[in-house]
Design a binder for this molecule. Structure first.
Ligand code: ADP
Length: 273
């Protein structure tokens, strides 16, 4: 009976091992497919602006451009395309660093209310200057701290607000942001009155290179990397990025960051790596 049990146990172990190996194999395959898709995407995304740059330079060289206005226009297009390539390479660089766990975070304990106040004042100034409506509501009752890399969280918020500007109604963008606390987390909501995102596309917007409407976003400095980077950066803080959206009404992105359990509002350095 004992021997039977042992054999049964062995068989069971082998089955589990075989299953694990198969899972591993599937993971490897999935990884390999992701990697191939990634390279195809990068190649395509670099090829498009480079082809455009080449075309405009050739036109200038061929003497097609006769007026200074036309020349200025062509140079502007060339410049926009190089800015886009630069932007794409920055994103890719950040992405591969995140992927290889080589991105260094300068973590420190930060009083969230003051941090957000400063940030939102800056955004408010910038956006109102550009003719957009911007509101910030601070419902953070007490002084709480979060352990964050200030620059990275700033980058995440800039990404989300940048999208609202990119996809929102050009002359009539309205942004509403709100800070509050709930169950050990600090929440920042960023609500826009943009076109919204269809429900079936919503779960995919955090995927690498995913664009809801790649035709429409072609000219918008769109890499499809912004939100996937934002998500990874926030997750590295133990937080989350959530989204709700209604087509024709707008989108609302929520940034959840765990509150520090340590008391006090010191600025002592806290090294993660
Ligand atoms: P990118 O903006 O570079 O294309 P993101 O990863 O930042 O990439 O966003 C992915 C996609 O999600 C965008 O291409 C866009 O279609 C959609 N999206 C993101 N933010 C918004 C928004 N505020 N309103 C409408 N669509 C959005």
């Amino acid at each position: 009976n004992n021997a039977c049990n042992e054999i049964g146990f062995l068989i069971e172990s082998f089955n589990i091992m075989a299953e694990k190996l198969k899972e591993n194999e599937n993971l490897k395959q999935e990884y390999e497919e992701n990697r191939k898709a990634l390279i195809a995407n990068i190649s395509h995304d670099l090829k498009t602006p480079i082809t455009a740059i080449q075309g405009y330079i050739e036109a200038i060289q061929d003497g097609i451009v006769t007026s200074p206005e036309k020349m200025a226009q062509y140079l502007e297009i060339i410049n926009n395309n190089t800015v886009y390539i630069n932007h794409l390479i920055d994103d890719l660089f950040l992405f591969s660093k995140l992927d290889m766990h080589q991105l260094e975070f300068k973590m420190e304990s930060v009083p969230i209310k003051a941090y957000m106040h400063d940030l939102m004042t800056e955004f408010s100034f910038e956006l109102q200057e550009r003719g957009f409506e911007f509101h910030y509501t601070d419902d953070m009752a007490e002084k709480y701290n979060v352990v964050i890399d200030r620059k990275r969280i700033y980058q995440v918020i800039r990404n989300i607000i940048g999208n609202a500007i990119k996809y929102g109604p050009p002359g009539a963008l309205r942004l509403e942001t709100r800070l509050y606390k709930s169950e050990g987390f600090s929440y920042l909501t960023i609500r826009d009155n943009g076109p919204g995102i269809p429900e079936d596309k919503l779960p995919r917007i955090f995927d690498r290179f995913y664009r809801v409407d790649s035709e429409r976003t072609k000219d918008l400095m769109s890499t499809g990397l912004g939100l996937s980077i934002a998500k990874e950066l926030v997750e590295a803080h133990g937080g989350k990025v959530l989204v709700e959206s209604v087509v024709g009404e707008g989108s609302c992105f929520t940034l959840a960051i765990p509150l520090s359990t340590e008391k006090g509002s010191g600025h002592e350095a806290y090294s993660d790596n």
